[in-house]
Design a protein around this ligand. Structure first.
Ligand code: GRF
Length: 171
């Protein structure tokens, strides 16, 4: 069973599902998140849980995919379920919130995305994949965010497919 957790727009969630990854359940902590509408459109069962979101992850879950999930998960949860996340910077630079804003402020010329396993820290887990892009002089937070999201939409499904294939081979 694969569970996706998201709090916002859900563009990554949508691309993951459209690319053929069988997401069994979406969990969101945000009652007004756009991702809910996407789950309905894509026919994916969903749960809205403002607080006890962890409790809604079924015991049989083999992979938790975080896609813009804005809450921290407990130590117990992380040790129980393999959990993967996507972050809009080249970790270990610019962890946490507003990573794109932080990158622009620091004046970096190259940035990108990181896909990583989730551990107890904030964006500190082991890195699975990184993809880079250049920061243009003219980039604003919005244009850079969009540039990175475009890369996320192809990279996250590709990496997830590879991980799932690897796991199936091992069984
Ligand atoms: C993405 O930029 C991702 O890197 C970050 O949250 C954002 C989620 O966007 N963790 P969306 O909700 O998938 O559109």
């Amino acid at each position: 069973m694969i569970v996706c957790m998201a709090s916002g727009e859900g563009s990554n969630f949508e691309h993951i599902v459209r690319e053929g990854i069988k997401v069994d359940l979406l969990i969101t902590n945000n009652t007004t998140a756009e991702v809910i509408r996407k789950a309905i459109r894509l026919n994916i069962p969903y749960v809205i849980a403002v607080k006890d979101y962890e409790a809604h992850v079924p015991e049989s879950t083999e992979l938790v995919i975080l896609a813009g999930f804005m809450k921290l998960l407990s130590k117990d949860f992380i040790s129980k379920f393999p959990t993967i996340n996507i972050h809009p910077s080249l970790l270990p630079s610019f962890r946490g919130m507003n990573a794109v804003r932080q990158s622009l402020k620091a004046g970096v010329k190259v940035t990108g995305l990181t896909i990583h396993w989730v551990d107890e820290g904030i964006d500190t887990g082991s890195i699975v994949e990184q993809v880079t892009c250049r920061v243009a002089e003219s980039d604003t937070e919005e244009t850079l965010q969009n540039k990175i999201k475009k890369l996320e939409h192809t990279t996250y499904p590709r990496v997830l497919k590879d991980l799932i294939k690897l796991k199936e081979k091992r069984l």
